[in-house]
Design a protein around this ligand. Structure first.
Ligand code: SAH
Length: 240
């Protein structure tokens, strides 16, 4: 007897078999390197995405994103999407990481503040491009895990603080640039105050279903503000 199984059933079955087989055979560094190269070409430098800064593209091609995602999701580390990292939080889509980094116009001597450490991946990318990265995470276990991962991987110019990033990090201010990877309702004034004259800040603002990414540039007492992209980030929490 011939049993006809509908293709709609076979395809997902094959995909899940392949995924579990792939999971049991960890990819090699060379395979991850090749996936990163494809990610840079197809998701970042490709027409329509248009990331052009060579140093940013090189950093994205170097930092092992698979080391910052849960082990079970490593095979998806270089796909064109955000991924869960535990505690209800996510690591941003690679394009968003590259876009925000490029908007900061990072220079080798810069000192940068990040709000929302999450996995530590964005901090690792920045650390390849600037002198020092200060990063603040409000969920203590995430802060500790990112700190350990960054240390394990040799990103020694990143300092992690567990706390509410709304207040910035006054001890190390002023910063050449500030990157915020969680979305407040309004631009936090303590962060604007901690930006140096001429400095840049990239920040998503608004409720979860209607956020814009803004680029701010500080000129003396004036702040120039420009909307760049519609985005979807987790909300900025406030310490109780
Ligand atoms: N940049 C991260 C992604 C961050 S997701 C990466 O590369 O993986 C946003 C993070 O912001 C979450 O981990 C969330 O806990 C954190 N967050 C939310 N509100 C915060 C606040 N007030 N201060 C610091 N971190 C905050």
């Amino acid at each position: 007897m011939i049993v006809l199984v509908h293709r709609a059933l076979i395809v997902p079955l094959l995909v899940s078999l392949c995924l579990s087989a792939c999971d049991s055979q960890p990819a090699t560094d060379a395979e991850f390197f090749a996936k990163r190269k494809t990610m840079v070409e197809e998701q970042l430098a490709a027409p329509g995405r248009d990331i052009e800064n060579r140093r940013v593209l090189d950093a994205m091609a170097t930092v092992p994103r698979h080391e910052f995602v849960p082990k079970a999701l490593r095979n998806l580390a270089y796909s064109d999407e955000p991924l869960p990292i535990g505690y209800g939080q996510t690591i941003s889509q690679p394009f968003i990481v590259a876009f925000m980094t490029e908007q900061l116009d990072p220079k080798p001597a810069d000192r940068v503040l990040e709000i929302g450490t999450g996995s530590g991946y964005q901090a690792a990318v920045l650390s390849r491009l600037v002198a020092k990265v200060y990063t603040i995470e409000i969920i203590e276990p995430l802060a500790r895990r990112a700190e350990a991962d960054l240390k394990r991987l040799g990103y020694n110019n990143v300092e992690v603080l567990a706390g509410d990033g709304y207040q910035g990090w006054p001890d190390h201010a002023p910063f050449d640039s500030i990157i915020v990877t969680c979305a407040p309702d309004q631009i936090p004034q303590p962060l604007v105050a901690q930006l140096r004259d001429g400095g840049r800040m990239i920040i998503p603002v608004g409720p979860p279903d209607n956020q814009q990414l803004y680029l701010l540039q500080k000129h003396g007492t004036k702040v120039e503000q420009q909307a760049t992209l519609p985005v979807r980030f987790v909300p900025m929490k406030r310490a109780q």
